[in-house]
Write a protein that binds this ligand. Sequence first.
Ligand code: SF4
Length: 156
Amino acid sequence: MLKYTDYDIVFQEIPDEVTLAINISNCPNKCEGCHSPYLMEDIGEPLTIESLSMLLQKYKSGITCVCFMGGDASPFEVEQLALYLQCQPTPVKTGWYSGKQNLPSGFDISSFNYIKLGPYIGTRGGLKSELTNQRLYKIINREMIDITSRFWKQTV
Ligand code: SF4
């Protein structure tokens, strides 16, 4: 079962969106230099349709996107929660930050507007680093468009 430890309204994790970012625990990835080691523990409250629905009711007027931060131990549960959000009368956009290099076999990207892939490597940095191995994709018509450069300083 997915569990979440905390959440926040953030502005930079997904470009052009006001995002409710939900931190999911029990991360299996063990990235060296992990920025949030507490997320490797199996802690927090169950993240279910019911708990997600309560968060949505509370924040939906102020957000444009919900992003699941983690959940690699149960990616198909993340997929189901994203599908639930997209089926709402007033849908919000959906994002997923995965620490895996690739999507799981059989994963349906059509429930997502954004997906981040790639483990955290301390020497290469996160999405804001031009050296990063991580990639943020925007999903348009089931195509994954790499928009990682949106995080980098524009020179023009
Ligand atoms: S994916 Fe994130 S939380 Fe998981 S080990 Fe890597 S840096 Fe830590």
